[in-house]
Structures are given as structure tokens and as C-alpha cells.
Design a protein around this ligand. Structure first.
Ligand code: LFR
Length: 481
């Protein structure tokens, strides 16, 4: 039978990739066609995304993939571009790490108390949720001129096809969606003065999102018509869709990259007050699923240190870190204090000092502290999710960039006291491809796609080792000081 090709555009916080997935009845191959940097730019008014450079990278990528049967785009969540009545972009999209949302949540909660907001939207508190960004923007001229808001993947889709929509999995990160109805939370929006008509109509993953415009065909050398398909356009939704779980398996997942997103796939949201206090989020996944998870700072901590140390060789650094004694010092990798860029080695040292632990000095020691701390945060999230959702698991799937980091995978297995199955690395791109393949009738449901992954993708298993009590002891240190 025929093999079809799908272009998966996957935009991360530090790079963009255009991958090509070739899917047959029992085969799935992924190859990278083009990779380009995503460099946030700090201008006097704040931290911005260079979205035109991203779009140029997407076009270069489409030129490099050659003829494909469809294109799908996923990216990080929450951020957006504003368009005027003519469809022109009003300024550069604001980066979610920009400081404009400082102190904004408190203003929102004065109108809709945090408890009520959680019960209605199921979204964890993060200063960058679109809801808070829009509240911060209410004073801006840009927003007053705006007729349309498009989330990043929807904006790029619009530039490719001329058609506007709001893909649901990513919309669920705005904090303006009700996870029970999987539709807008009209009352929250109206109480907070947010005009929902800014948003284009909702699209489901798998929905058609137009065809490449003639100008795009010309620029990329592709022969039309080339459809664009809405995928799980939130990268985490795509990554979770590509968790290679076996049928019937009870699993937790950790999507690792700039962030670690650790949690469970559920059939219904958990909206309890306890869940809010534990800062778990209910984002929407494919096929009526809920991504019940916690955001953990992730490899961002290491990326920022590596930047401060002026780019040492990563492989050597990780080997040295593996030789540093385990669990000497840990920091709370869930702490929003690590959100902003800059001075990361110093901030980690300060956090160790504040909790009365040895201060890591060399890059190897700081790196070890970060990896131990991430594993510890993974452990807490996996344990808390099981408890809060009343859903126990036997295995932890680690997907995404962190699967390349064997030390992190082993530490995660040790800390969780559960086997870790690591892979695939390019989970988001694979989830993106699977949804396109499914929309075109090549694979069946979510479980079918996962079966295809377990048969075709290399996976590595890590068995838990060592004494789990050491991790409880380390955890207790975080609350000292
Ligand atoms: C991961 C991710 C997370 C989201 C964060 C900010 O790339 O999409 O899921 O919380 O980026 O958008």
C-alpha cells in the first residue's frame, strides 16, 4: 500500500524544526528536513518572539521537505499575535517569559477568585497563561486596535493558508476554556472583560485548515493543492499523543525539553481544590482526553547555565556531572522564581544557600544539582498526580529532548521508583504526523497510533535503582530555610 508523507512543523522555545514523516500501514519514519534557531529578542519594551524569522524558517523547511501530502504545525503554548481588521500583524508577539504579567494575577483574582477560576478552567496558575497576558495587555493600544488574536501555530497556519482558526488543545492553555464542555468559558471571559470574538472559531485536531496559498507554493516549489491539517497544535498535546504506551498500560508521562511536563492522561478533568493547591493543570488532549500535569522548569535550568558558561561541550559536562556525588544539593524545580532568563548559576546557588545546603560551585556540580532537582520534581509530580487523580501507574514514559540525557532518565527512574521507558525524542513531531495521517485515513485512533510507535521507534528502558528513601530526605530539604 501507498506510503504518504507529512510535514510536521514543530516550534520550540529555542529552535524550530520541519520534519517529514513517512507513514505506511505498518511503518513510520521521521527525518529532519530543516532546523533553525528561535531567538527571542529583548527590545526596550520587553522580550519578544521574532515570528517573521520563524515563518521564514517554516518556508525554508517546506522547500527542503519536497512534495508532501499535508502540513501540520505545533508550537509552545499560550502566546499569540494580534491582527488588525485587514489581517495585518500588530507588532511582535510577546514572549511568555516577559515580565509584563508580574502582579497581574492578583488583579484577576480580585474579580474572579483563584479557586473559582480553577474550578471553571482547570488551569494551573502560571503567570503567562493567555488570560493574564491579555489582562496585562488591556492598557495597550495594540489590543484596542486588534480584531483578531491567533495563537502562534494558528498565526503561522493563517500565513500559509489565509484561513483563521483556533485549535482546541492550544486554546485550552489560554485559561479561557472549560475542560468539561471543551468550549469557551463564556462567563469567565465576560467577567474579566475579555472579548471572545477576538478568537477565530475553534478547530479540532484533524480538522482541515486550508491549503497552501499560491504564493507559498511558488516560494517553496511545492505543487498544489497541499492541505494544511490542524494537529494537536500545542506541542505538549502532540508529544503526549506520541507516548508509546502499550494498550491497557497504566502510565505517567514526562515530556522533557525546555520544560518538563509531568502527569497523566485522563478521561475527565480533576478540578478539586486540592488539585489547584498542588498546581496541576487540565489541558485538553486528543479524542476527549485531558492532560493532567504539572509544569516543571525542565532543561531550561541547564540551558540557561550553559549560556552563562558560554557553551561548554554538553556531553563532557554530563559525564562530569555523573561523577559528582548524588543529591548533595537540590532546588525546587517547580519554582516560578526560575522562569525569567539570566544569572541562572547564581540563582541556583542562592536557592541552595537559602535552604542550608552545600552551594554547588563547578559547572559539573551545578549540572548535577539541576539533574537531581529535576528528577526529584518528576518524582513529586508523578506521585501527586496519581494521588490527586486516584489513578496509579506502573511505568513512566519519558519523551522529548531529555531522552538524550541518560543520566536524567536513570535518575528519574530511581526517584520515581518506577521503570522509565525513554523515547521517542521527537515526540511532538511524531504526534503531529500521526494526527495528519489519521485525518487522511492512514491510522485509526490514539491507541492505533501508539501501537505504530511501539513497533517502529527505538525505546530505552531504565529500571529504578538505589534507595528511594534518599529522595524523600532530599525532598524534605526543599521546605527548610
Ligand atoms: C512546552 C510548553 C508547555 C507550556 C510552555 C509555555 O513547550 O508548550 O506545555 O506550558 O511551553 O508555552
Amino acid at each position: 500500500a501507498a506510503v504518504k508523507s507529512y510535514a510536521a512543523v514543530d516550534l520550540g522555545a529555542s529552535s524550530g524544526r520541519v520534519m517529514v514523516g513517512r507513514v505506511g500501514p505498518d511503518s513510520l519514519e521521521l527525518a529532519e528536513a530543516h532546523r533553525f534557531p528561535n531567538r527571542p529578542v529583548r527590545v526596550p519594551e520587553g522580550l519578544r518572539w521574532d515570528v517573521l524569522a520563524l515563518y521564514a524558517g517554516v518556508l525554508d523547511g517546506l522547500r527542503a521537505v519536497g512534495q508532501v501530502d499535508s502540513v501540520g504545525i505545533d508550537s509552545w503554548a499560550v502566546d499569540y499575535g494580534l491582527l488588525d481588521a485587514g489581517g495585518a500583524l500588530l507588532g511582535n508577539p510577546v514572549h511568555y517569559r516577559d515580565s509584563r504579567t508580574e502582579g497581574v494575577a492578583e488583579k484577576v483574582w480580585a474579580t474572579v477568585p483563584a479557586e473559582e477560576l480553577y474550578a471553571a478552567t482547570g488551569l494551573q496558575y502560571a503567570p503567562f497563561n493567555t488570560l493574564y497576558q491579555l489582562t496585562a495587555a488591556q492598557v495597550s493600544a495594540q489590543l484596542s486596535y486588534a480584531e483578531r488574536l491567533l495563537l502562534i501555530p494558528d498565526l503561522l497556519t493563517y500565513w500559509l493558508t489565509g484561513e483563521q482558526g483556533t485549535e482546541l488543545t492550544n486554546a485550552s492553555t489560554t485559561q479561557l476554556i472549560d475542560p468539561r464542555t471543551r468550549d469557551w468559558s463564556y462567563s469567565i471571559a465576560s467577567r474579566l472583560g475579555i472579548d471572545l470574538s477576538l478568537f477565530a472559531p475553534l478547530r479540532q485536531p484533524g480538522d482541515p485548515a486550508g491549503v497552501l496559498r499560491p504564493e507559498v507554493l511558488e516560494e517553496t516549489g511545492l505543487a498544489g493543492p497541499v492541505p494544511v491539517t490542524a494537529v494537536g497544535s500545542h506541542d505538549t498535546a502532540s508529544a503526549v499523543a506520541a507516548v508509546p504506551a502499550e494498550g491497557g498500560e497504566r502510565f505517567a508521562y514526562i515530556c522533557t525539553g525546555t520544560w518538563s511536563l509531568a502527569g497523566l492522561e485522563l478521561d475527565a478533568p480533576v478540578l478539586s481544590e486540592e488539585s489547584r493547591a498542588a498546581n496541576f493543570t487540565n489541558e485538553l488532549g486528543l479524542d476527549g482526553t485531558v492532560r493532567y500535569l504539572r509544569n516543571i522548569m525542565g532543561l531550561w535550568l541547564l540551558q540557561e547555565c550553559v549560556r552563562a558558561w558560554e557553551d561548554p561541550e554538553l556531553g563532557a559536562l554530563l559525564l562530569d556531572a555523573a561523577k559528582v556525588p548524588a543529591l548533595r544539593s537540590v532546588v525546587d524545580a517547580g519554582d516560578a522564581a526560575f522562569l525569567a532568563p539570566g544569572r541562572m548559576p547564581e540563582r541556583i546557588a542562592e536557592a541552595c544557600r537559602a535552604t542550608g545546603q552545600p552551594v554547588p560551585a563547578s559547572p559539573a556540580e551545578v549540572t548535577r544539582c539541576i539533574l537531581d532537582s529535576l528528577a526529584l520534581a518528576h518524582r513529586r509530580a508523578v506521585a501527586d498526580a496519581q494521588r490527586l487523580a486516584g489513578h496509579s501507574v506502573d511505568v513512566v514514559h519519558v519523551v522529548g529532548g531529555g531522552t538524550r540525557n541518560a543520566l536524567l532518565c536513570q535518575l528519574t527512574a530511581d526517584a520515581c521508583g518506577l521503570p522509565v521507558v525513554a523515547g521517542p525524542t521527537e515526540a511532538a513531531a511524531l504526534g503531529n504526523v500521526l494526527v495528519q495521517a489519521r485525518a487522511h485515513g492512514l491510522v485509526g485512533d490514539l491507541a492505533d497510533g501508539r501501537r505504530l510507535l511501539t513497533r517502529t521507534q527505538p525505546l530505552t528502558r531504565y529500571e529504578p535503582q538505589g534507595d528511594a528513601a534518599r529522595w524523600s530526605e532530599a525532598e524534605a530539604r526543599l521546605t527548610r530555610g
